[in-house]
Design a binder for this molecule. Structure first.
Ligand code: CMC
Length: 434
């Protein structure tokens, strides 16, 4: 096959037969053009082949824009730097879900909706008690979030816009409670109910760190840092977990089941599990004298070790979330008066890696996960909770993307095809002849 580019279409020619087909070129608001191959199979009898979707757009979307070469991330047109500095997580949630920043009364109404959905059905506590205390909290998250569909039947009809809205609010509101309970269960402390006079971030810290026997007030610095971490993780276009949510949802599955699928996908170390892996890696490196040896291992094709928190499928420049996170990390550690040698080590590792042609030539820069673990550790979260916090914050993005898909009248079930390389048709071999 060969392809030639006319002004508004690409002509694909099958060189074996000489047949040609015109494929329209679609133009987005920003970003590369897209060749519309929807009719390719029906017209040419060929599929395209793109494992890992490195050149494939799976949908159209108006939520998030990334320019990986320039290191740009925008939600609904607003830069992540502006949102992190000038907004708060509730506003970002509203923006992602509705397309515009809220005015004062819209914001109060939205906050109210979220605040009054934070409690979990009381019986869900028994669900937690079925888990081993040493379960990974992400395993608990996958189970409990999936189980929401068994507790909130009145918001699982995806064709009803009101039920979709309630399910969205429930997911965003209950995720901090579910996450905090997962932590409390793992350390054998009583569950702490949500408190309606607190902000979203402050309430999460309260449910995570307070105990019934004494008063707990999170410092404003901690609350601000938590809120900013949530903003930085809120959405990231069609990444693995978001695509998982969309694919699960494309069959008409209920939103709780879809978000549970997204959590499962996020758990992997190549995706949201990287923040946990970064901290383990820094602990393993231990001292800056050991950095060169680890860098060599990362470069060695025969060694599976990779520099965790480095590299990104889309960013071929500094991940803009990593820049904000790096800054936040310094602020939080200074405000809390913590002198963490792991931060020093991380900065040194970053410096050494970015001076090494292996990383610069392959455009491997620190990503959002590189610094987040250090802040979360300073805030007293155990390593096993890091990816849980990512899931909590990403829920709004998943929900916004799921809603966008369901509300698109042209959406179809996702059903990729394959290049089959297995055995051709053959005669069944009876047992005594094998
Ligand atoms: N350390 C060493 N080499 C690397 C790294 C790394 N962290 N990342 C990529 N490479 C090399 C890789 O070996 C390959 O080399 P070659 O071309 O010689 O075969 C080249 O760079 C391209 O890598 P790739 O795996 O083909 O790229 P990808 O787009 O499929 O993978 C990635 C992207 C994020 C999975 C990968 O960079 C990685 O494994 N990074 C470490 C894990 C990590 O930090 N993940 C968090 C991503 S950001 C948060 C999120 O979205 O969840």
């Amino acid at each position: 096959m060969t392809a030639t580019n006319n002004k508004n279409s690409v002509t694909v020619t099958d060189n074996r037969t000489g047949h040609s087909w015109d494929m329209p070129i679609l133009q987005g608001t920003c970003g590369p053009n897209v060749i519309d191959i929807r009719k390719l199979y029906s017209e040419s009898g060929c599929f395209t082949y793109d494992p890992g979707f490195t050149s494939t757009g799976s949908c159209d979307s108006s939520i998030t824009y990334i320019d990986g070469d320039e290191g740009i991330l925008r939600h609904r047109g607003y830069s992540i730097e502006d949102l992190a500095a000038k907004s708060d997580f509730m506003e970002v949630c509203y923006l992602l879900l509705n397309g515009e920043l809220p005015n004062q009364s819209e914001k109060s109404e939205f906050k109210n909706q979220i605040t009054y959905h934070t409690m979990l059905h009381e019986q869900m506590q028994y669900f937690y008690r079925g888990f081993r205390r040493d379960s990974h909290p992400m395993a608990v998250m996958v189970g409990v979030v999936g189980a929401l569909s068994a507790f909130y039947h009145d918001s699982t009809d995806i064709r009803d816009p009101h039920q979709r809205l309630i399910a969205s609010h429930r997911l965003i509101a209950k995720m901090p409670t579910i996450a905090a309970y997962a932590y409390k269960y793992s350390i054998g402390q009583p569950f702490v109910y949500p408190q309606n006079n607190l902000s979203y971030a402050a309430n999460f810290l309260h449910m995570t760190f307070s105990v019934p026997c004494e008063e707990y007030v999170a410092s404003p610095a901690l609350v601000r840092a938590m809120d900013r971490i949530f903003i930085l993780h809120a959405d990231h276009e069609q990444n693995a977990s978001t695509s998982t949510v969309r694919i699960a949802g494309s069959s008409g599955a209920n939103p709780f089941a879809c978000i549970a699928a997204g959590i499962a996908s996020l758990w992997g170390p190549a995706h949201g599990g990287a923040n946990e892996a970064v901290l383990r890696m820094l602990q393993q490196i231990g001292h800056k004298d050991n950095i060169p040896a680890f860098i060599e291992r990362a470069k060695d094709k025969n060694d599976p070790f990779r520099l965790m928190g480095f590299g990104h499928r889309v960013y071929k420049n500094y991940d803009p979330r990593a820049s904000v996170m790096r800054e936040s990390c310094h602020e939080v550690l200074t405000e809390l008066g913590i002198n963490d040698p792991l931060l020093e080590l991380a900065m040194e590792l970053e410096r050494v890696a970015l001076e090494d042609p292996y990383f610069t030539e392959k455009k491997l820069f620190p990503n959002v996960d590189f610094y987040s673990g250090i802040i979360l550790r300073a805030m007293n979260f155990p390593t096993s909770m890091f990816t849980v916090l990512f899931a909590l914050a990403r829920t709004v993005g998943w929900v916004a993307q799921w809603k966008e898909m369901i509300e698109d009248p042209n959406h179809k079930i996702s059903r990729p095809r394959q290049l089959y390389l297995g055995a051709d048709a053959r005669e069944f071999v009876p047992m005594d002849k094998r």
